[in-house]
Write a protein that binds this ligand. Structure first.
Ligand code: FAD
Length: 503
């Protein structure tokens, strides 16, 4: 068996991983990034890197024979999903007993498939969730650093008020205001100058071409165009794709050894290799990192991991729902896929909810207002290692999802009452399912900051082993999470490079 050595290894290439790779590379530390998905830079036979949402092909999903979009039906017809051939596609739906977790696969992780909403959490809620973190430093240094590195921008309000592409958002705002609720613009990493050119007909449509969950061919500042491009630019960072980390052990001299399965386009393991390193950064996302750690603890390859590894996991209270509008309240056939506004009722201590106004771009008028509600659900679950499947099982129950539903329902019952409207019953598969409470876009926790790690993401029990991704966040952050994950990773890397790698 051969062991290739690198001073530093980063597992994954999402937000936390990308920050680690850039800052290590800038510090002159040779770094290997290991990503299980592919590099999305080569056009298919249609000339596009990513496939269209309305006609998904094998590029859409991670080794599936049929797509599994969150909206299963429309008018009860199974029109949304399509048969595809298995391939390392860009979106994965990881199925646990009562909860599916959507994640991005490829160089850039979730940034390839997400809605680009770049939201900084309320400072008071951040402080509640991270009591040991210096919030003044976070909001003074690391959140601004993250936003600037990610290329966050905001929609021109005048254009927002006039364009047909955000009519659906303006209708939802009106209905929220009729219920006495506050709305707020949310920043984005989608380039709004590009979007305006799409609308003007001078640029190829992406956000205005229904592209989002299976990747954007234009306009989006995904991590491969920001942090990861800069990381490669240091000359010290190498990315290996189609390599899935499976095992982590530590040798007696302190070297970490990562066991990796290299897969081909059919998913077959074509080679198993081992890489050794001095510094190991885990950025495989909440599910990926937590699974690696609970497996290593259970198999005894990292036996000293803290008992809290695997726990503190939550869905950020995610619930999706649709409302049916009156015939005169049209939402428009043309809808941008990038949300730009949320209904902010987080200050309502009896029922805190932040609901993003989501698009449903079908190219025809459907009178649906769609939302992804982020509720302050305090339920948490744990991952445990299952030897039979060599994977982590999640102990989330349907009753825990019901908590999110009841909070979302309280808010949207108010909106429906104020507007004499009702819910849509045809969107989520089984007849009359109004609230999609069986999936999350925002998996958070499993290796919580200050519990499974010290206050900076250093894994308890193991020097020079770090977590930099969404598993640090204790199950909820009240808004879309990638800005928080990025800012926490910046904070970790500043500390680690100052204190741990100095020698
Ligand atoms: P990830 O971005 O998940 O990256 C982890 C990477 O590690 C992936 O590339 C994965 O393939 C790789 N990996 C996993 N396991 C292994 C392994 N064993 N070996 C090698 N590689 C591995 N958030 C927002 O803030 N705003 C939004 O608008 C928004 N919209 C979303 C829409 C969708 C459809 C989805 C799915 C998510 C959305 N999110 C949004 C959530 C956001 O994308 C995630 O919170 C974020 O990507 C998590 O970052 P991370 O660094 O924890 O890991």
């Amino acid at each position: 068996e051969s062991v290739d050595n690198a001073p530093a290894i980063v597992i994954g290439s999402g937000y936390g991983a990308a920050v680690a790779a850039l800052r290590l590379g800038q510090a002159g530390i040779r770094t290997l990034v290991i990503e299980m998905g592919r590099l999305w830079n080569t056009p298919g036979s249609d000339g596009k890197v990513f496939c269209p949402t309305d006609a998904p092909d094998r590029r859409s999903m991670w080794f599936r024979t049929r797509t599994e979009a969150p909206l299963a039906t429309f008018l009860w017809l199974d029109v949304v999903n399509r048969d595809i051939s298995p391939y390392p596609g860009v979106l994965d739906r990881v199925r646990f007993a009562n909860m599916s977790v959507y994640v991005g696969r490829g160089v850039g992780g979730g940034s390839l498939v997400n809605g680009s909403m770049a939201v900084t959490p309320l400072q008071s809620y951040f402080a509640e969730q991270f009591p040991t973190v210096d919030t003044a430093e976070m909001y003074g240094t690391y959140f601004p650093r993250a936003r600037s590195m990610l290329g966050v921008n905001t929609i021109d309000p005048a254009w927002f008020e006039s364009t047909e592409w955000y009519r659906f958002t303006r209708i939802s705002r009106k209905h929220a205001e009729n219920a006495g609720l506050r709305t707020t613009f949310v920043p984005s990493v989608y380039d709004f100058a590009y979007m305006q050119r799409e609308a003007a007909g001078t640029a190829t449509r992406s956000a205005l071409g229904a592209e989002v969950i299976y990747g954007n061919n234009h306009g989006k500042r995904s991590l491969d165009k920001t942090y990861l491009a800069s990381a490669l630019g240091t000359g010290n960072v190498t990315i290996h794709t189609m390599e899935r980390a499976r095992g982590i052990r530590r040798e007696s001299d302190g070297t970490y050894v990562v066991t990796v399965d290299r897969i081909d386009d059919t998913g077959t393991v074509v080679e198993t290799k081992e890489y050794g390193c001095t510094y190991l950064f885990l950025g495989a996302g909440s599910v990926g990192t937590t699974e690696l750690l609970v497996r290593a603890r259970a198999k005894g390859t990292l036996p000293a991991l803290d008992a809290s590894v695997g726990s503190g996991w939550g869905t950020n209270g995610n619930v999706m729902l649709g409302r049916a509008n009156h015939l005169w309240d049209t939402v428009g056939a043309n809808q941008s896929t990038m949300p730009v506004m949320g209904i902010d009722d987080w200050a309502n201590t009896a029922n805190p909810v932040f609901a993003e106004i989501a698009p449903l771009p079908t190219g025809l008028e459907h009178w649906v207002s769609l939302y992804l509600a982020i509720t302050k659900n305090r339920e948490r679950a744990s991952f445990t290692y299952d030897a039979a499947s060599d994977s982590a099982k999640l102990g989330w129950s349907a009753a825990q999802s019901a908590v999110s539903v009841s909070m979302a329902k309280k808010l949207f019952d108010r909106i429906n009452a104020a507007n004499s409207t009702i819910y849509r019953y045809d969107l989520f598969g089984s007849p009359s399912k109004v609230f999609a409470d069986d999936f999350t876009y925002h998996p958070l926790g499993g290796c919580v900051l200050g519990k499974a790690t010290d206050g900076y993401g250093r894994v308890k029990g193991y020097a020079k082993l770090y977590v930099t991704d969404g598993s640090l966040v204790p199950g909820s952050i009240g808004v879309n999470p990638f800005v928080t994950i990025t800012a926490l990773a910046e904070r970790t890397m500043a500390r680690v490079l100052a204190e741990d790698t100095a020698a």
